[in-house]
Design a binder for this molecule. Structure first.
Ligand code: UDP
Ligand code: MG
Length: 343
């Protein structure tokens, strides 16, 4: 089978209520292009609901659908990476499962890519419906803070919703890191990247899979992945503190010589508390980098695939895994037995 001209890659975590609608609208958008050779890669990121059963059913009923089951929840960015690794298309659309990103934008993205000879067409959020004021405010702050810190230019208010050329995707997949902030990594890759603006819809169904704790971790991955400014900030604080302590030393010596050394509980406490806090903060910041360095040093595979349902696509590695997965399905053993790492 030859490679399709378009791959649509969708990471899914507990999205049973969205999948049918998603499949319908993605298929309609792909057919709109007038080219039958597309594939829809649904990645089940260890859902606890019926997402995987539904994906299998979709793959059984539609030869365009490939369903990939990860061995557990690996997180949004790694699930997306799994789908990107295994897709075969000449162009690749990344889209969320919850239909916040409208599939109907696809023809326009294709047209912009053609017209502007672009390698990446990324979708910039103008409005965000149905999201809490807190999420909108923190997201806004985050993208602006990141662009101040990052050593490359990362587009503002842009998620992973984008269309990419094969060479841009291959370049992206050559970046090996575990802590993946894909929207930043795509920016790092370069080539010609152009924005289109859209209004982000409300979730079709279900709840966000990004509670505050995950948002914070995602933000740390972004900052540590694209900036060493916090580390420089640590050394700058250190320098200022050294300067301040020289002044303090002079004052201490003066107080000692003049015999006025008994008072000063307040200033002493102030110094202890402030210094303690600054030290812990800086240490924590260094720890964030060190922890990530440690994880990277282990060189573990990014994710583990347990089953694949649907056609084998044009991709050599997918063909291999799909074959293996069919064997698993045929012998009806649980997917876990067939697990194999795909790095
Ligand atoms: N997702 C995933 N694994 C996770 C969390 C999320 O594959 O551990 C998927 C999710 O199903 C959705 C996309 O990532 O397709 C974005 O998640 P969500 O819509 O919950 O994020 P939000 O739009 O609220 O930021
Ligand atoms: Mg969403």
């Amino acid at each position: 089978m030859t490679a399709p001209s378009l791959s649509i890659v969708v990471p899914c975590y507990n999205e049973e209520a969205c999948l049918t609608e998603l499949h319908g609208r993605l298929s309609a958008a792909a057919r709109e292009l007038g080219d039958a050779s597309y594939e829809i890669i649904l990645v089940n990121d260890g859902s606890g609901d019926r997402s995987w059963e539904m994906m299998r059913a979709l793959a059984a009923g539609d030869p365009h659908v490939v369903a990939i089951n990860l061995s557990r929840n690996h997180g949004h960015q790694l699930a997306l990476t799994a789908g990107l690794d295994l897709c075969a298309g000449a162009r690749i659309l990344i889209i969320d499962a919850d239909l916040q990103d409208p599939p109907e934008l696809l023809p326009e993205m294709m047209a912009v890519m053609d017209r502007q000879q672009a390698d990446v067409v990324y979708a910039v959020r103008r409005a965000r419906a149905g999201e809490t004021a807190f999420k909108r405010a923190t997201a806004k702050l985050f993208y602006r803070g990141l662009s101040k810190l990052a050593e490359i230019e990362i587009p503002l208010d842009t998620g992973d919703f984008r269309l990419m050329s094969r060479r841009a995707l291959d370049a992206l997949l050559s970046l090996p890191e575990q802590a993946r902030f894909i929207r930043g990594m795509v920016a790092w890759v370069g080539f010609r990247q152009v924005p289109i603006v859209y209004d982000r819809a409300e979730r079709h169904a279900g709840r966000t899979k990004y509670p505050l704790s995950r948002m914070v971790r995602f933000a740390f991955d972004a900052v540590t992945g694209f900036s060493t400014a916090p580390l420089r900030f640590a050394s700058h604080i250190g320098l200022w503190l050294v300067a301040a302590s020289v002044l303090l030393l002079i004052y201490i010596a003066f107080a000692f010589l003049t015999g006025a050394t008994i008072q000063g509980w307040t200033s002493l406490m102030l110094v202890v508390v402030v210094l303690g806090a600054v030290q812990m903060f800086v240490l924590g910041m260094i720890g964030e980098y060190l922890g990530r360095l440690y994880i990277e040093a282990k060189r573990r595979p990014l994710y583990i695939v347990s089953d694949i349902a649907g056609h084998a696509g044009g991709h050599p590695s997918l063909g291999h895994v799909a074959h293996e997965a069919e064997t698993i399905a045929a012998s009806d053993t649980p997917g876990g037995n067939g697990s194999r790492p795909i790095a």
